[in-house]
Design a protein around this ligand. Structure first.
Ligand SMILES: C[S@@+](CC[C@H](N)C(=O)[O-])C[C@H]1O[C@@H](n2cnc3c(N)ncnc32)[C@H](O)[C@@H]1O
Length: 212
């Protein structure tokens, strides 16, 4: 798929979805201990960090730590998703959260500009080659010794839960998402210049940590 086809596809996908995507958050509220948003927030120090939230969407990945001394910069392709996050930033009068319409695979930032880079539920949208390009960009803009956090889908839990989740993915997503669930993250991350640190399971998701 060409770059412009992909950008168009993302604009279309989130043109309607942006209106109710925040409702999906209810799925994480049933079990506090297994809430991936909470787990990620627990890894973020409050220490004037420069944090890049790639595939920012409506901000849900970093909202749990907006209220800190950190600077949060979000990038996303979808104007509609960014419009929702802009409203949240204005409503909460955040002076430490900045958003840009930008492609994760071609970001207009300097090398080593961020202390932490995160991407929550964004990589599964990308086919393999595009995802690798985006990860290389994240590696470029992260400082040496900085942390990368990836939060994304994982099949987990009881057989029934896996079955429902698998059906949902098959109905709602293109074929490549089935492959995405089987990726070897340690191998992928090492191939783009990270050291793989850990992967932990949460509600329908896993949180992967790596270091540059
Ligand atoms: C499912 S939403 C996740 C939003 C948010 N990070 C969260 O955790 O709720 C995925 C987002 O990734 C964005 N996205 C997909 N591919 C992208 C790319 N190549 N560059 C920037 N944003 C992208 C989409 O526009 C969408 O807003």
């Amino acid at each position: 798929m060409s770059k412009s086809d992909y950008k168009h596809k993302m604009q279309e996908k989130y043109r309607i979805l942006h209106q109710f995507i925040d409702l999906y958050e209810f799925i994480f509220t049933f079990n506090k201990e297994r809430n991936p948003r909470r787990a990620l927030a627990g890894r973020i120090p409050e220490n004037n960090m420069r944090i890049l939230d790639v595939c920012f969407g409506t901000g849900n990945g970093s909202i749990p730590f907006w209220d800190t001394s950190n600077i949060i910069v979000g990038v996303d392709l979808s104007f509609d998703m960014l419009a929702v996050s802009k409203k949240k930033i204005l409503r909460q009068r955040r002076r430490n959260v900045f958003i840009h319409q930008m492609d994760a695979a071609n970001m207009g930032f300097h090398d080593e500009q961020f202390d932490i880079v995160m991407v929550a539920f964004g990589l599964h949208d990308m086919e393999y080659d595009l995802m690798l390009r985006a990860l290389k960009e994240m590696q470029r803009v992260l400082r040496k010794g900085g942390r990368l956090y990836i939060l994304d889908y994982e099949e987990e839990g009881t057989l029934l839960k896996r079955l429902i989740f698998s059906l949902y993915l098959r109905i709602s997503y293109p074929q490549h998402v089935q492959e995405f669930l089987k990726y070897d993250w340690s191998q992928i991350l090492e191939s783009v210049g990270f050291r793989f640190d850990s992967a932990e399971s949460y509600t329908v998701s896993k949180l992967i940590s790596a270091t540059k």
